[in-house]
Design a protein around this ligand. Sequence first.
Ligand code: URA
Length: 224
Amino acid sequence: MSTSAEPRREALVELYREVSDCTRCPLHAGRTKAVFGSGNADAELLFVGEAPGAEEDRQGLPFVGRAGQLLNQLLEGIGMRREDVFIGNILKSRPPGNRDPQPEEIDACWPYLERQIQLIEPRVIATLGNFATKRITGSQVGITRCCGTPQVHEIAGRTVFIYPLFHPAAALRTPSVLDRLREDFSRLPSLLAEPLPELEAPAGSANEPVGARRDPASQLDLFG
Ligand code: URA
C-alpha cells in the first residue's frame, strides 16, 4: 500500500541523517562522508551498486566517478536522467582500498536499504554487478548468468522486479560487457511499464523469490 509522497520524502530525509551519523560498523571510522544515495525520492527505478569508492566517499554521493559517468550516459540512452531514478549502494561507507564488503558490514547496513525501498517504493530494482545482485536476489547465481532477466521478489515487504545488470565499472574494462549492459539497459523502459504480478502466496522473508519464478543541505535537495 502506497503512502503519499511527502511523508515518505520526510522520512527519507530523517533516514539520511541517521545514515550520516551511523556507527554500526567499523567502516564509519575511515569514511569521509557516508553515501546515502541520491535522486528522486519517489522513483519507480532504484539502482543498487556495491559500495562507495574514493570519489563517492569524498563527495558523499553515489556513482560520481568514471562508472557514474557511464551510468549517466546509459540513462540518457533510454531518455532518463539521474533525477528520474534513485541511486544507492549495499554499503553506505567506503571499504578501505575498495576491498569487498564483509558480511558483518553488509548485515549492519542492510536495514537502511530495506527502509529506502519501503520509502521510495520502486517498482524495479536494478542491481549493478555480482555483489548487489547476489545479496538482493538471495541467490548465488552470478551476474553473467542472470543479467538482463527480470525476477519478481518480495523485498522489504514489497513486490518488485529485480533486474540484474553488469556493473558499469566492469563495462569500462571489457567492451563485450559494455555491449551487453547497453542491450539490457534498452529493455528497462518496457520493464518499467510492465505490471507487477499479483502475490499468490503470503509475503515471505526479505528477498524471497515470488511464485514460480557532510553538507546536509546539498544532499537533502537531491531527493527531488
Ligand atoms: N561503485 C559502486 O558500486 N558504487 C558507487 O557508488 C560507485 C562505484
